[in-house]
Design a binder for this molecule. Structure first.
Ligand code: ASP
Length: 333
C-alpha cells in the first residue's frame, strides 16, 4: 500500500520580543526581562509543532519590550513580510510580540501589508520561565492558524488563548489574565481548539491588498499624538501637541466629548490646518460627530480606539491633508 504523506505548509516565524521571550526567576510570573530569548529558542521544542507545519525560516526583527515598538520597526516588519510573501514556497507568517502594543502592530500591518497569505500575531502573558507559561501553546495555535486555508484573505489576525481576533478591533482587555485579548463588543472572528480552526466572522473594513497605503518607500511616518480628556483637563496640552505633531487624536469622554475650553481649542487647531480626530476614551460604542455638541468640521474616529486612530491618521497624512478626504478614510478603514 502506498502511504501518501501530507505536504506541510511552510511558515515563517518572526520574533520581536515581549514577555513571550521573557526570562525571569524560575516559576514566577512577574519581575522578568521581556525580549531576552531568540525566537528560535521559544518555538523549536514546542510539542507537536513540527507535525503542524514546516517552520521554514525564523527571523529576529528586534528583541524588545513592545512598549519600545515604533514606526521604524513597523516599517521593517511590513517590508520584510511584503518581500517574503512574494515567494511561492512561503504559505504564512507568525509574529511573536509583546502584548502591550500587539494590537497596534496588528492594525498597522493590517493596513500596510500587501498579501492574502495568513499573518498571525501572538504573545504571552507569562514569561518563558514561569510555571505554566502560555507562550508555547499560543505559538502552537498561531502556527495552526497561519497554515489554515480559512485564514487567507482575512487581514492580519491575532491568535491568543484559543481565540481568533481581527487586527482592527482586537484589544488587550486584561493586564494579567491569560485570556488577555478580546474584540470589544464586536465579538471575535472564531476559536481554535488544539490545532483546529473555527471561523464565524470577518471584518467588513478594508485591509491588506485593498488599502491605499503602501509603505515600501517610507523611512518614517507623520507624527500624530493622542490627548486624553478628563474632568478638569487643562487644554494647554493641545497647544503643546499642535506645536509638535502633524495630527492629533483626542480621546474624549463618552461620544468624544470634551469641555468648552477643549472644544474651542480643537476648533482653533483645525483652522490652523492640523487635523484633529475625536475618539472616545471608552473602548465600546461609536463616535460619529452627530452626538451632542461636537459639530465642528473635524474627523470622527468611528469605532477605532485612540491608539488605532493614531495609526490610521498617520497613514492618511501620507496621502492627504484634506479634512473631508481624511474623514472618508476613517469611514473606510
Ligand atoms: N511589556 C511586555 C511587552 O509588551 C508585556 C507582554 O508582552 O505581555 O513586551
Amino acid at each position: 500500500m502506498i502511504k501518501i504523506k501530507s505536504i506541510l505548509k511552510n511558515i515563517v516565524i518572526i520574533g520581536t520580543g515581549g514577555t513571550i521571550s521573557g526570562v525571569g526567576e524560575n516559576g514566577k510570573t512577574v519581575s522578568y526581562k521581556a525580549g531576552s530569548l531568540h525566537v528560535h529558542d521559544i518555538y523549536y521544542n514546542i510539542t507537536g509543532i513540527n507535525e503542524l507545519a514546516n517552520i521554514k525560516e525564523h527571523i529576529d526583527i528586534v528583541s524588545i519590550d513592545s512598549c519600545n515598538m515604533d514606526f521604524s520597526v513597523w516599517l521593517k516588519l511590513a517590508k520584510t513580510i511584503n518581500e517574503l510573501s512574494k515567494h511561492d514556497d512561503i504559505d504564512g507568517f507568525v509574529i511573536t510580540h509583546g502584548t502591550d502594543t500587539l494590537e497596534e502592530t496588528a492594525y498597522f500591518l493590517n493596513l500596510t501589508l500587501k498579501t492574502d497569505k495568513p499573518v498571525v500575531i501572538t504573545g504571552a502573558i507569562r514569561p518563558s520561565t514561569a510555571t505554566s507559561a502560555d507562550g508555547p501553546f499560543n505559538i502552537y495555535q498561531a502556527v495552526a492558524l497561519a497554515r489554515s486555508e480559512e485564514a487567507k484573505g482575512k487581514g492580519v489576525l491575532v491568535s491568543f488563548a484559543d481565540g481568533i481576533y481581527g487586527a482592527r478591533d482586537v484589544q488587550k482587555g486584561n493586564s494579567c489574565k491569560l485570556t488577555a485579548f478580546n474584540h470589544r463588543e464586536l465579538g471575535c472572528f472564531g476559536y481554535i481548539r488544539d490545532d483546529e480552526v473555527y471561523f464565524f466572522n470577518k471584518s467588513l473594513r478594508k485591509h491588506t491588498n485593498s488599502t491605499i497605503f503602501n509603505v515600501e518607500n517610507y523611512k518614517d511616518l507623520p507624527k500624530v499624538s493622542i490627548a486624553l480628556f478628563y474632568a478638569g483637563a487643562d487644554s494647554q496640552i493641545l497647544d503643546y501637541l499642535s506645536s509638535t505633531s502633524q495630527g492629533i487624536i483626542v480621546a474624549g469622554a463618552g461620544c468624544g466629548n470634551c469641555s468648552d475650553s477643549w472644544n474651542l481649542k480643537i476648533k482653533e487647531i483645525i483652522s490652523m490646518g492640523i487635523p484633529v480626530v475625536r475618539c472616545s476614551r471608552i473602548s465600546n460604542g461609536i463616535v460619529t460627530g452627530k452626538n451632542e455638541n461636537i459639530l465642528e468640521t473635524g474627523v470622527y474616529g468611528n469605532s477605532l480606539t485612540s491608539q488605532k486612530a493614531r495609526i490610521l491618521l498617520s497613514l492618511a497624512l501620507t496621502k492627504t491633508k484634506n479634512l473631508s478626504e481624511i474623514k472618508e478614510i476613517f469611514n473606510i478603514y
